[in-house]
Each structure stands twice: as C-alpha cells, then as structure tokens.
Design a protein around this ligand. Sequence first.
Ligand code: ATP
Ligand code: MG
Length: 736
Amino acid sequence: MEIQYVIINFIILAVILFLFGRKMVKSIFNTRFEKINRELDEAEEAEKTAMPVFDEYQPEESDACDAEEITLAQATVDEKIAQIEEFRNHLCSEIHREMIEDAREELLLIMRENVIKLFSDEKYQKAIRDLDADVIDAILPQIKLTPGDMAYLKHHDVLYVTVTSAYPLDETIVKKVDEATTAMLEAVGGKTSLWVLEDPDLIGGLKLRIGDTVYDGTVAEELYRFSKNFNREPILTTDTVGHLIQEFSEKAKSFRPQIYVFQLGRVLTVSDGICWMDGLADIMYGEVVEFECGERGMVLDIQQNRIGCVIFGDFAHIESGTRVRRVGRIASVPVGNSLLGRVVNALGDPIDAEGYITCEGKRPIEFKAPSILDRAPVNSPLHTGIKAIDALVPIGKGQRELIIGDRQTGKTAIAIDTIINQKGKDTICIYVAIGQKDTLVAEIKDKLKSHGALDYTVIVAEPASSSAALQYIAPFSATAIAEHFMYSGKDVLIIYDDLSKHAVAYRELSLLLHRPSGREAYPGDIFYLHSRLLERSAHLSDELGGGSITALPIIETLAGDISAYIPTNVISITDGQIFLDAELFNEGQRPAINVGLSVSRVGGAAQNPVMKKVSSSLRTRLAQYRELAEFMQFGSDIDDTTKATLASGRLLTEALKQGRYKPIDDHLQTILIFAVSAGYADGISPEDMENFEKELYKYFAEKKAGLAEKVRTAAKFDDKLKNELGEALVEFSARF
Ligand code: ATP
Ligand code: MG
C-alpha cells in the first residue's frame, strides 16, 4: 500500500515540477529573445536614422554669397594653376620641380583661406552649427573601446573623453555624449571623464576623442584630407588641379561631415631623429606615423608607457606636444617596372631629377622570407663576367654571396661589373648604396648608363648625408622592390653596398633608442637584422613562379680582419664569400680575390659543367703557387719542377687579371682557363698574357664559333670535346 502512495506522490511531484519548470524555461527564453530582437531593431533604426541625416540635409540658400567668395578667390587660383602649367612645360630641372612644389603649397594656402572665409560667413556658420546634432548622431553608433583602451583601463579606472567643436555646443549634445560614453564604459566596469572644449581652428563641425581614438567630423579634417590628396597627385596639371579644387569646393559648399576615425598621440621628446611619443595605444611595430607638420616616421620601439619612432625627414618642426597620428599601415615602398632606370631614396621617391614615378603598387618594406617549402635549390648560374669569380667561386641564382675586403680593394667594382654583365640576360638589378658618397652614386649611374645597363637597374641610394633611419631602411625597401619582381617570376640581382655602414646606422639608432649595447657597441639583434634581410633572397619553387633574388652584400673590413663582429655575422648568414685582399690589390692583382679564403657553398651546382671540370684543379694550383712564390722570395736555388710550377702559376694569376667594365662570356672564360692550365700558353711571357687572351677570344669568335658554342652548351667535358679544343688551341698557339 505504502509503495502505491509513494509512487502516486512521486508522480504528482514530477508533474508539478515539469509544469513549473517548463513555464520558467519558457519565460527565460522569451525575455532573452525579446531583448535580442529589441536590440537588433534598435541598432537597425539607429543606422537608418544616422545615415540619411546628411543626405536629407541641404544647406540653407546661402550659396549665393559663397559662390561669390569662391569666384573671388578663383582668379588667384587660376593664376597659380597657369603658373604650374607653365613650370610643368619646362619640367626638366630640379628648379622647376621646386617651383611646382612652391606653387602647390601656395595653392593649398589659398584654398585654406577661402574655406575659412567661406565658413566664417554668418549664414553658413548657422547651417553648420545645425549639423552638430547630426554629426554626433553619426559618431555615437560608431564608438567602441579599442584593445588599447581596455589595457589602459586595467591600470586606470577613468578613460578621458573629449568633445571639441568649432562653436559652443548645445547642452543636449553634451548630455547625449555623456550618456553614451558612460554606458559604454560602465559595461566594462570603467568610468569616464568628459571634457568639452572649443577650438575655432576646427572651422566647423566637431570631433569626439575617446582614449586615443578620434572620431572626426570637422571641416579642418576635411581640409587636411584634401591637402593630402592634393600633395599625393604626382604631377600637377591644369586638369588635375582644376578637378581637385572643384571637387573640394563642391564639398565645402554643401558641407556634410564625414566621420574619419583614427588614433592620435603626442610627442614627448624629440632628438637626433628619434622621437618618443605617448598615446597611439594600438600601434604596431614598423607602422608609419604622421606628425602635424606632415613629416613621417616609423615605429621601432613599443614600451608600456611610451613609443619610440624614427623620423624620416626633417625633424626641426617637431617638438614636445606635437600631435601625431597613426597612418594605419606598415612602412612600404612603391614597386614596379617604372622604377627601372631610376635612382630613388629609401622611401621610393625619385632623387634623380627625372620626374615623378607612377607605380603599380606598394609593398611593405619588411616581409617574411620564403619558407623552406617555397624554395627550390640553386641550380642556374648567375654569371658575373669576372673570370676569377665564375671559375673559382661561381654564383647561382638565389644565392647570397658576400663580397668582403678592406676599403678601396675593388668591392664596388665587382658589383658594378656583375650588373653590366647581366645585359640581355633578363635579370633585373638593384644597387643599394648605403652611406656612400653622393658623387659615387652619380658616377655609378653614369657608368651603368654608358654601358647600357641602367635600363634594367634600379638604384636605391641613401647617401652618408641622410639620416640613420633612412640608411637603416634602405636595404629593406630595396628588397621589397626586388621581391615584387621575384614574385612575378623574374630573376633579380641585388647588391647591398655596404652592410657595414648599415650596421653602423642601426647601431646609432639603437643607441639613441636606449637599447642595451653589446659587442662593439652593436645592439643584440644586429645578427637578426641582417639575417632577416638576407633570408629574403631565394630561388622560388616552380609553383611560385620560379623567380629568384641573388644577393651580393658587401662588407668592409678593417685591416683584413674578417673575424670582427659584423663580418663573422654576415659570413655565417651568406652562402659563401669573395674575399678581396688589400695586399694583392696593391701588388696589381685585380680583381684582388684571395683564392684561399673565398668560397661559394652552393654555386658549384649551378656552374657550367665544362667550366666546372676545367677549373677543378685551379684553386689548388693557385694556392700552391702563392705559397711557393712567397717562400721563393728568399731562395736562389730553384729546381726545374719548382720553376715550372712557379711559371705556370704566374701565368694563371696573370690570366685571371681583369680590368673594370670588361665582363667576359662564360664559355670564353672556360676556353682561356683551359688553355692556360693545360699548358697551351706555356712559353708565353706573363706580360704577353693580356694580348694572348684578346687574340684567343678573337680567334674563337671568328674561326671557331661552333666549337665555342659547344663549350657553352655541352652537358659534360668529355674526351672528344677536350681533344677538339686541344687541336684548336694548338693551331691558335702556332699562329700567336
Ligand atoms: P670603398 O671601400 O671606398 O667602397 P671599394 O672596395 O668599393 O672601395 P672600388 O671603389 O670598387 O673599391 O675600387 C677602388 C679603386 O680600385 C677604384 O679606383 C677602381 O677603379 C679600382 N679598381 C677596382 N677594380 C679594378 C680592376 N679590376 N681593374 C682596375 N682597377 C680597379
Ligand atoms: Mg665601394
């Protein structure tokens, strides 16, 4: 019996619980559902009301007087435009370009004055002030807390909110802002402190600043954006100026504020091209910032309460308290074919007085290096046209080969000859001059031009006179330019002349940024600096287009000390080095390549098979010769074998000498080296070597072109080819 009661009781309880529970769950869901729906509706409505306010707004019929004002100024504007057009017709010298720049600035000033005049008209003022409520309605749906604000709130409980307007604001507007921002901050457990300011410089409209983020709907901002577009226009013609100005006057006449959102900071201190700032809470490393005066900088240090940046241009106008805004992108340079044949600075701006460059696009100056899977092995040669290099330290496409040596040992000469040798070989060359003399850059440009090599070359130059910041980014910018070509499947050769000066520029920056200094006062990340630069050179896999960047970094040593800090760093990053010896250079051995200390760790795979075979014993023979020659300086009794070794060594050394700007085709080099090392040139005096070489090339070009072609294309150096070559050489020697 009892069990029956228990069961009945249990059933009754279960039914009651079920009914009650269902009701509760239902009501919870319903209220949630309603809330969400309501919020969605509200949001939609807010969006609807916010947007068309501007569309509906038509300024009161004040245009009559505005038009008059604008036409009044139009006369001066027209005059300036005509002036620009006239300057442009003579656009051939730096002076004309400067005149255009001046005219551009004057034009902007005229525009500014006009706009201010326009907006100070009473009728117009009223129309704009009527807009304030609409501006704030457009701003408030957009406001949100950034990660930077949240981080700030962790340490402070109050976030500052400022409303700044050109004219005194209505109470209701201030109240609206206060309510909206308080609600937003209370939701995350913070408080606001609202400031209401007036600033006639804004000309019209208002802006709201929450933390570091500014929501700007002012005439001043509109004017700022206009001047930026105006300055960005590469060539000012009557058309472009007229168009820009008309566009802007239309905008000014029927002013409907657009809300621009950006983050703002403030300069704390500035010295030696380095600037410390606060604010800019969400800034990224490497991002570009813009100062009030228009100069730009790049962020290089982010600390908890301050941000360090380098200033690219003139920092005379930047002072403590100067406003600075985020540009919202990482530093980048223009890239594309139009750079070919030009000299640009680290920011990609032309410095060769040959007009503006219109580019296909931009690339960030820092970019991640291709991964292992993206790379293909180095397998095709990049001929330098220099015998001693192509035979002994061959370079392949995608390789990084260091050129190292004391000052004035012919480092730059090798680089320039290599560029000249790329003529007609479908390789784009980029020469980066870091901390070099201006005259040297001009000379290099002239030389390349006279050898027809400028058409496929870009020169990126930051001379010794430019700031450390620009010298620091120059090789990165140049690599970005190279990458554009590489990723579109082309072969690129890039020369960094030189990375010692680059390291010095970076050391200067690091010390100014108060980073701890390490060995030789260089910062700890100097190895990383060069490795992340050089790792970007690669031979891409076929899937990625098969393009390549071959890098020839140059390092200057002091008294031949290759074990100093920067040389050892770069030696370990690269795939080999060409060591230039001051002693050899002074002895007259040019190029002064020290065979014993030079290596190419990967280039052998890309060397022509015939050249590989012919030059295989060259290195040991030359080393033997140098050792013997040094030893024999003191001896007088020399046996015949030693005499023979010395004589053939001397001939070989003589054969490897080469003047500047005289690159030689790879197969001709092969034939010469074979002739000398196999003894076909024995009996010729070292002084005659130059002549022998010249005649040999002539002979093969005129009489044995077929055989020369065979040497160029043969898959291996077999006995047949060897005999054929031998016969031809015997014939030649007999004639010589
Ligand atoms: P720096 O340390 O000043 O940059 P560098 O090592 O780059 O010097 P270069 O400027 O290339 O040296 O050359 C120094 C001098 O040697 C120049 O006057 C150049 O003409 C001469 N020179 C270089 N290579 C050769 C060569 N193969 N034949 C004749 N002269 C040469
Ligand atoms: Mg040099």
